[in-house]
Design a protein. Sequence first.
Length: 267
Amino acid sequence: MKQTTERLAPDRTRTVEERVIDAMHRYAYTTVQEYAKPTDHLLEIGFGEGYGTEILEPWVAEYVGAEVERAAVAHAAEKYGRPRASFVHYDGVALPFDDASFDVVIAFQVLEHVPDPEAFLREMQRVTRPGRCVLIVTPNRNHRVGDGERPWNRYHVREFSPVELDAVMRKVFDVVEVFGIHGSPDMNAIEKSRVARARKLARLDPLRLRYVLPEGLDTRLRTFLRRRRSAPGLSASAESMIGVEHVRRARDDVDDSLDLFAVGRAA
């Protein structure tokens, strides 16, 4: 499977910053238990490395993962495949499922990669049973890019503010809720420092070469810079405040959150 800095792999989590990212991503999966039932059929679009399967599969009757890269599908099937969990390839446009096939459909850290977010959400809604839910997690652009700026992350097409995410969700769903995902104060500071550094490095690339570098070279370069310039060592007390148990979502202070969590339901 092709490795990129966008495809989180738990066994490659080394630095404090990577631990924060890992905790934020794992937290998103833990929220699913609040929306899923043991009899549910769940679809995850954009499962990445596939480790979320181990979290989700015990909570539902069936887990199905869909990805645009065939190598990722093969990797996940070999590593995480089991009787109630399967993985399929799709073209990134039309999901290979009938209408109303699933009870819960999720896409975590995916919407920012999609050229047509509304069409993507409509396809998610199409395969979701009436009255059940679609769950979205995506970065909060408020602390990442300014108005009119292109995302510094070469893999992101567009990033959303809370208002923008709410607006695109309401084009598709009858009921929408948007929450902010926050870490502990130490986690928030580490992640915002990482993002600020990435924005600073992007300003040192006026020719935007980072968007056209061969993907393998870009991955190695970004990994090297992230680990070379990672946050300094933390005190024992600060270390203890990094983890899934210190992540929360809330309706208040959404604008200052690290990530956004949206729930969409169609009548």
